[in-house]
Ligand binder design. Structure first.
Ligand code: SF4
Ligand code: SF4
Length: 413
């Protein structure tokens, strides 16, 4: 969860946990952050929703619009100056690691106009600040991986690419993750475990698991052939890092998650951006400090649950250390033998892990430094220092392919 890795206290340590209004009890691993206190660095991230779910668009696939009408949810509104100031103060005070990051989301930021963002991108380029594109991969664009990837590379000139697979449980508007009926979940391979079926477990626009695996493999091959060393793609970067013995850079592929909480316009704090439901409300910064909530026992349990709730099928999976059961909110199907808690995207993860596996294992070995030390100039992790063995041919290929075009290639041709 943070640099203060929660370690289960030794039974012989005899540590006691004291919670307000409760008798002292023997401490366990969920108490680790509160026992460590300020002796270690605290690092966490908060996704701020200053305008809640208010938006002037009507994207059917948006996971957040329904928060406005969610019973006992955050409702509609704007973050007041008081909450804003408290949030900024508490975030700066609560994070004691080297970097404090603010992220603003929710609502529709393009209300300020597209020209504004064109200027932002131009200024960022002028001052050498890289921008990052985040592309949602849904049931439709997942079938056009190269069109999507080449558009982002050639027309947007993005060099930091994030892809997020859209997976939404049917009924996500009111049903919190893990409150669903396990007996009603389809098994891996059932038609209900794909979008488009009348009784599908997901919305119609959710990505098909096979298409997501296909998308990742096709983009991986294009990136490997033309852009390795110059372009960062979140899924590839993190898997190469994991094979180099480094930690996952994406929460979904981590053994534990939970250091990225969300704050709503009213100051309400939730376990994760995807868990803004009353069941996962940690508190309100008006009543309790942000870092106290982030390192609370409730949230630490959330952290551990990503691993502790894995089905046996995942524990026996050869790709466990790459995938770790992906995001818990997507664990909406059952394993072939009927155990609940399997990830809806399991087929994609297996396919992607199996297909280019030898290629990224080779990538991970290329620099000869294991564990990797980015300060040595590894081209995968540092755009400004080129690794000749990896990129000489890539530079030539890149020049050929980077000619601006208004007509991106249809991959089917
Ligand atoms: S629940 Fe999913 S999105 Fe949230 S922190 Fe965990 S892995 Fe990441
Ligand atoms: S690939 Fe499938 S079985 Fe393997 S860890 Fe991921 S979700 Fe579990």
């Amino acid at each position: 969860m943070n640099s203060v890795e929660p370690q289960p206290p030794s039974p012989s340590a005899g540590l006691q946990a004291v919670e307000p209004g409760a008798p002292p009890r023997p401490a366990d691993k969920y108490d680790a952050p509160s026992l460590v206190g300020n002796q270690g660095q605290k690092r966490f991230h908060v996704m701020a929703k200053p305008s809640g779910s208010t938006c002037n668009l009507d994207c059917r696939y948006c996971f957040y619009l329904s928060k406005e009408t969610l019973p006992n949810g955050p409702g509609a509104g704007r973050m007041s100056d008081e909450v804003l100031e408290k949030f900024i103060q508490q975030c700066i005070a609560g994070v004691t690691g080297p970097e404090v990051v603010f992220s603003w989301q929710g609502g529709e930021p393009t209300l300020v106009g597209l020209d504004f963002f064109r200027k932002v991108v131009a200024l960022q380029k002028q001052y050498g600040v890289p921008f990052n594109t985040l592309t949602c991969v849904n049931r439709f664009n997942a079938r056009k991986p190269l069109d999507v990837y080449r558009f982002l590379r050639r027309e947007i000139d993005s060099t930091y690419l994030q892809f997020i697979p859209i997976v939404e449980y049917r009924g996500f508007e009111k049903t919190a993750p893990h409150t669903w009926n396990n007996d009603a979940l389809p098994r891996d391979g059932d038609p209900e475990a794909r979008p488009g079926h009348p009784h599908s477990i997901v919305t119609d626009w959710s990505v098909d698991p096979d298409d997501w695996g296909y998308f990742l493999c096709k983009v991986f091959d294009d990136w490997r052939g033309k852009d390795l060393g110059k372009v960062m793609v979140n899924h590839f970067e993190t898997l190469v890092a994991q094979h180099l013995g480094l930690g996952s850079q994406l929460c979904i592929y981590s053994e534990f998650c939970g250091k990225g909480v969300a704050i709503e316009h009213d100051g309400g704090v939730y376990s994760c951006d995807h868990y803004v439901y009353p069941e996962y409300r940690l508190g309100n910064i008006r009543d309790q400090r942000l870092d106290t909530q982030v390192f609370s026992r409730t949230q630490v349990k959330f952290v551990y649950a990503k691993n502790e709730t894995l089905p046996k099928y995942c524990r026996a999976c050869p790709f466990l250390s790459d995938c770790w059961g992906e995001c818990p909110k997507n664990r909406i199907i059952r394993t072939p033998d009927g155990e609940p808690g399997l990830n809806y995207l399991c087929a994609a993860s297996r396919h992607f892990s199996r297909t280019p596996f030898p290629r990224w294992t080779a990538l991970s070995r290329t620099c000869g430094s294991n564990p990797c030390n980015p300060e040595n100039g590894c081209d995968l992790f540092n755009l400004t220092i080129r690794c000749p063995s990896l990129t000489q041919s890539d530079h030539a290929t890149d020049r050929k392919h980077r000619k601006p075009t208004k007509h991106h290639t249809d991959e089917t041709k």
